[in-house]
Ligand binder design. Structure first.
Ligand code: NAI
Ligand code: MG
Length: 338
């Protein structure tokens, strides 16, 4: 197993060190190559993602990323030039974000019930495609456009993936989240594709919700969701909310997948570089560790993935949530458990 690791900025390197500790316990033969992309490299050389590095990354089975972003770098440079560029270049069209309330974890919702959902977020289109620009910049007549791109091909492949995942889960339920009443053009395409693909999955029940209503139900009745399929922006926002109701951003893992497997998929915690707590050794590495489990699942190492999830579940059920221990302590516990 050849893995490229991009620890990145802020708490990225801190949580990645613990994730690799746990990985080392289950796949001791994994070959790790580190890439120092992120804020420090950009300051030193002006480079974000050199072509040569991109070529080398392609030569790995998967990529593990901590987080990128730093207050010293103007907003958008690293996010667009490195993170989004990786997702686009490596055709990471399925952004997979599970949200599960583990036993022992306190949800900010008083009576959350069982929560176990997967958000399948489109990863290469929508408002994040970079289709737009500024005209008449710095004049009173400045125009800014940001155009949402939705292709039949792009929507269909992510919807197909979501149906396949729903069909393999006990509840076999899929919710399309959009805003079809206002975004009628993109909404029409998404609705028609879901309807067409649903014909091939008669065992999967299908629901539709507007994105604004979804934020209500995510808080009042999160247990209703099984698989959610949605576009890039809605998925980004909803998964922070899903993470919050299932115990916080320190637990939320994600995968950026090229389902065709032509390019390596990339796994990362949902959270960012958290400059407010970086360097203090208090970041929760659990999201990074669970991202390793997603990575192993993608590479067919299901038994190892289950071991990591079971270790996390045990730790979350038994940890003192008021003082869970620091980054190292949690990593050490998970490595010992696994
Ligand atoms: P953030 O996720 O870094 O932090 C939000 C809040 O959650 C902060 O209060 C932070 O302390 C807390 N937090 C995050 N991860 C945690 C963990 N593992 N344990 C405990 N607490 C944790 O989001 P924010 O502050 O909006 O962004 C900071 C930087 O990260 C920005 O430059 C942003 O662009 C970047 N970013 C990068 C992402 C990535 O690399 N995939 C994703 C999101 C943001
Ligand atoms: Mg986000």
């Amino acid at each position: 197993m050849r893995l490229a690791v991009i620890p990145g900025d802020g708490i990225g390197p801190e949580v990645i060190a613990e994730a690799l500790k746990v990985l080392g316990e289950v796949i001791p033969t994994a070959e790790i190559t580190r890439y120092d992309l992120g804020a420090a490299r950009w300051h030193a050389t002006g480079e974000l993602l050199p072509e040569s590095v991109l070529g080398e990354l392609r030569d790995h089975d998967a990529i593990l990323l901590g987080a990128v972003g730093d207050p010293s770098v103007p907003s958008g440079i690293l996010e667009r030039g490195l993170l989004l560029r990786l997702r686009f270049e490596l055709d990471h069209h399925v952004n997979l974000r599970p949200a599960r309330l583990y036993p022992g974890v306190k949800s900010p919702i008083a009576d959350p019930g069982e929560i176990d959902m997967i958000v399948v977020r489109e990863g290469t289109e929508g408002l994040y495609a970079g289709n737009g620009g500024l005209l008449r910049k710095d004049t009173p007549h400045e125009i800014a456009t940001e155009v949402s791109v939705n292709t039949s091909f792009g929507v269909e492949r992510v919807v197909r993936d979501a149906f396949t995942r729903a069909a393999a889960r006990p509840r076999k339920h899929l919710t399309l989240v959009h805003k079809t009443n206002v975004l009628t053009h993109a909404g029409s395409l998404w609705s028609r594709v879901v309807e067409e693909v649903s014909l091939q999955h008669p065992d999967v029940t299908v629901a539709y919700q507007h994105v604004d209503a979804t934020t209500i139900h995510m808080v009042t009745d999160p247990g209703r969701f099984d698989v959610i399929v949605t576009d890039n922006l809605f998925g980004d926002i909803l998964t922070d909310l899903a993470a919050a109701v299932t115990g916080g951003i320190g637990l939320a893992a994600s995968g950026n997948l090229d389902i065709t497997r032509r390019n390596p998929s990339m796994f990362e915690p949902v959270h960012g570089s958290a400059p407010d707590i970086a360097g203090q050794g208090i970041a929760d590495p659990t999201a990074a560790v669970l991202s390793v489990a997603l990575l192993l699942d993608h590479l067919g190492e299901h038994e190892s993935a289950r071991r990591i999830e079971a270790s996390v579940a045990f730790d979350l059920a038994t940890r003192d949530h008021n003082s869970p221990g620091g980054t190292f302590a949690i990593g050490d516990r998970l490595a010992a458990l696994v």
